[in-house]
Design a protein around this ligand. Structure first.
Ligand code: FPP
Length: 156
């Protein structure tokens, strides 16, 4: 079987999933979060090298406050239970602008990355507070602050 090296998933459709069942949007997010583990374990089992999950975008902050609060609660809960992944030998990486999250969430994410760093299996990347515009802005900032001469070809 031809297994892709990198699988990236945008967590979309939670609202539609809930609406079709006559449930509140929140129920869709809960079901979405619950489904993550089986996807991670399956990808790891079949030999995917990197799984990236786009979980919460910079635009998602614009949603109603109770929805954002609910999502933060879900993410916090998820972080709390992540040690259960240790035995699957996956590495965990968080990316996005993490500075927007509470200090305890940032500490937890750092702690998780550290705890999983010796694992050698699939890399499970979770993008939270990610955004195309943000990434372009950050890349431009990094380029602007590069030392002179860096990133240039020796004779170019
Ligand atoms: C889009 O659904 C999904 C989101 C805005 C957030 C999904 C994130 C979680 C459930 C948090 C879980 C993350 C972790 C790391 C545990 P939508 O409401 O836009 O649905 P629609 O496309 O059907 O409208």
């Amino acid at each position: 079987m031809n297994i892709p090296k990198h699988v990236a998933i945008i967590m979309d459709g939670n609202g539609r999933w809930a609406r079709r069942r006559g449930l509140p949007r929140k129920a869709g997010h809960i079901a979405g979060a619950k489904s993550i583990k089986s996807v991670v374990l399956h990808c790891n089992k079949i030999g995917v090298k990197v799984l990236t999950l786009y979980a919460f975008s910079t635009e998602n902050w614009q949603r109603p406050k109770d929805e954002v609060d609910g999502l933060m609660k879900l993410i916090k809960n998820y972080l709390k239970n992540m040690r259960s992944y240790l035995k699957y030998n996956v590495k965990i990486r968080f990316f996005g602008d993490l500075s927007a999250f509470s200090e305890d969430m940032i500490d937890k994410m750092n702690q998780i990355e550290q705890e999983f760093s010796k694992n050698t299996g699939m890399v499970f990347g979770i993008a939270i507070n990610y955004g195309g515009r943000d990434e372009l802005k950050n890349a431009a900032k990094k380029i602007a602050f590069l030392e002179p001469g860096r990133n240039r070809r020796a004779n170019g």
